[in-house]
Ligand binder design. Structure first.
Ligand SMILES: Nc1ncnc2c1ncn2[C@@H]1O[C@H](COP(=O)(O)OP(=O)(O)OP(=O)(O)O)[C@@H](O)[C@H]1O
Length: 528
């Protein structure tokens, strides 16, 4: 062992060791603390601890220091980031990249203090292994050349410490009470489960951490769960996670959008039908309840369930009994129901539009998903996720937010929630790409790109290349029905665009019932 490794270990005072030990039960804090200590002992301007998600072949930042806040939300695909891949493939020793290295740095443009110096100058990465299995990596960056000269030994020592800390966290996570609660993960390698499950659906945002824990605790039961929240908050993701974390994860997860079903078909869709039950019923057909047998049925937009079907749904919820349309036979199914709505169901009950008994059955365990405006800095992490996706899609070296765009994002109320954020970044990236060249391959999104400057996202005009042509004037000899259909298509697309793809809101703003809008959209070829 060389001298500087010994220096590093001894440089960690007792107080610092005590801090690390105390944080063992709070991995998020522990990893941040580890990086802070490392940065105070090594000459870096930025550093990151990344966990390797083998299922998706990508690296997930667990803690960062000196990098923009959205970096924590980014997911770095190994196939897309040759530097990170090179680090992952080294035998274990630190890998140093010289200033003139041609491989793009994943953090180019993400060090806020870098000013005009867009590109990181000196960069070192060390792969971390736990129990002989690749676990992740540490990266260190400096904005001037030669800063890591002679530091390799100390960096390797910090990597050993980081790997030991990771191993300790994994051991504690595996011993936590929830660990044995859900089946179906037994073939996972040690350590894969806790991180995977914590990070997968939500990112590591603190506002969602409490919800994640609640999901995990209710997932193991067979209780009916009602997922509540505004449009676009991620209710469907919650339902998927509930299923994945439940003992039913090996069974099917069947999705039904109650708003998308024409009223006449809802009953047979949910409960199936017998041959000859109605004209067109030429064979017996299984309904969604039977298809979900042994698994989970997700009733999305359950507030739209027509009243007559609610009575039959109540029986299914009470004793798992269903009857196919046109059949006398009772069939028992083993289904866990998760429902979701963005409506105030209690108010719907008071208004007589929803049955009180069904409401009480559904709301055994309500889970509220917080709107984006209540999630604080997690907005920027989620932005990082979408920035990285769009960076890869547009083939950019990097895509980042300007400080003004960050401020706008944190102050904007996001009525369309995560869906709106996702669309704002997707469209903003295209707008900016068309409007100006990427500086050294790095494109910076400004509030105006995101449509946030006037407080109304996505109302900013798209650049000429991306704008749809103006509504054509129908030819003089056009049939009235063709012209009407063209106008209907255009208006539906326009409203969907304005409401971030939300059919319910588009229907409301067009003054239509949702199922009528679905029917119309299908007839016009806008939906399958
Ligand atoms: N935490 C998250 N991480 C990544 N993407 C997310 C997250 N939450 C939501 N999204 C994305 O936002 C969009 C909306 O999510 P989802 O459909 O789950 O919302 P919802 O609450 O069910 O919406 P609605 O009420 O309109 O049906 C999806 O594209 C989803 O992938």
């Amino acid at each position: 062992m060389d001298n500087d490794a010994v220096d590093s270990t001894t440089a960690l005072g007792l107080d610092e060791v005590a801090l690390l030990l105390r944080a063992l039960d709070d991995p998020g804090r522990l990893w941040t603390l580890l990086l802070e200590l490392m940065a105070s002992h090594l000459p870096c301007d930025a550093c990151a601890l990344l966990w390797r998600d083998d299922r998706a072949n990508r690296l997930v930042p667990l803690a960062t220091r000196g990098l923009s806040p959205d970096t924590l939300g980014r997911r770095f695909a190994l196939d897309d980031h040759p530097r990170l891949r090179a680090i992952a493939e080294t035998g274990g020793a630190p890998l140093r990249f010289p200033a003139d290295c041609a491989l793009p740095d994943p953090y180019d443009g993400l060090i806020p203090d870098a000013g005009d110096r867009l590109h990181v100058h000196d960069c070192v990465g060390v792969p971390l292994s736990v129990h002989g299995r690749p676990w992740g990596m540490l990266t260190l960056d400096a904005l001037s050349e030669g800063r890591f000269d002679g530091c390799e030994g100390r960096i390797a020592a910090w990597a050993r410490l980081a790997a030991d800390v990771a191993a300790a966290v994994e051991r504690r996570s595996m011993a936590a009470p929830w660990d044995g609660a859900s089946a179906g993960f037994d073939d996972q390698p040690i350590g894969a489960r806790p991180l995977e499950d914590v990070l997968d659906a939500f990112g590591a945002g603190p506002a969602m951490a409490a919800l994640s824990m609640e999901i995990d605790s209710v997932a193991a039961s067979d209780l009916v769960v009602l997922v509540l929240g505004e449009t676009g908050v991620g209710k469907e993701l919650v339902a998927r996670r509930l299923h994945r974390r439940s003992g039913r994860s090996a069974g099917p997860l069947v999705y039904v959008n109650c708003a998308a079903l024409p009223e006449a078909l809802v009953e047979s869709e949910l409960f199936g039908h017998a041959r000859g039950a109605f004209s067109g019923a030429v064979t017996d057909r299984l309904g969604k309840f039977e298809l979900a047998d042994g698994g989970t049925l997700f009733l999305d937009e359950v507030g739209e369930l027509p009243l007559p079907v609610q009575a039959k749904t109540l029986r299914a919820l009470q004793n798992g009994e269903i009857q196919r349309v046109g059949s006398d036979r009772h069939i028992t199914v083993d289904v866990r129901v998760i429902a979701a709505t963005n409506r105030d169901l209690a108010a719907e009950v008071r208004a007589g539009r929803f049955r009180a008994d069904v409401y009480h059955r559904l709301s055994v365990y309500p889970l509220r998903v917080p709107p984006l405006r209540e999630r604080g800095s997690e907005i920027l992490r989620l932005a990082g996720l979408f920035l990285e996706r769009n960076r890869a899609r547009l083939g950019l070296r990097n895509l980042r937010l300007s400080p003004a765009a960050e401020r706008w994002m944190l102050g904007y109320p996001w009525p369309g929630n995560v869906r709106e954020l996702e669309h704002a970044i997707g469209r903003g990236a295209i707008r900016a790409r068309v409007a100006r060249p990427a500086e050294g391959g790095v494109l910076t999104l400004e509030p105006a790109d995101l449509g946030l400057a006037d407080g109304a996202p996505d109302r900013a005009p798209l650049p000429a290349a991306a704008v749809a042509p103006p509504a054509p004037v129908p030819p003089a000899d056009a049939r009235l029905s063709d012209a009407v259909e063209a106008l209907q298509r255009r208006m539906i697309r326009d409203r969907l665009d304005r409401h971030d793809g939300n059919w319910a809101q588009a229907a409301r703003s067009l003054g239509l019932d949702r199922s009528n809008l679905f029917r119309l959209a299908r007839r016009l070829g806008l939906r399958d």
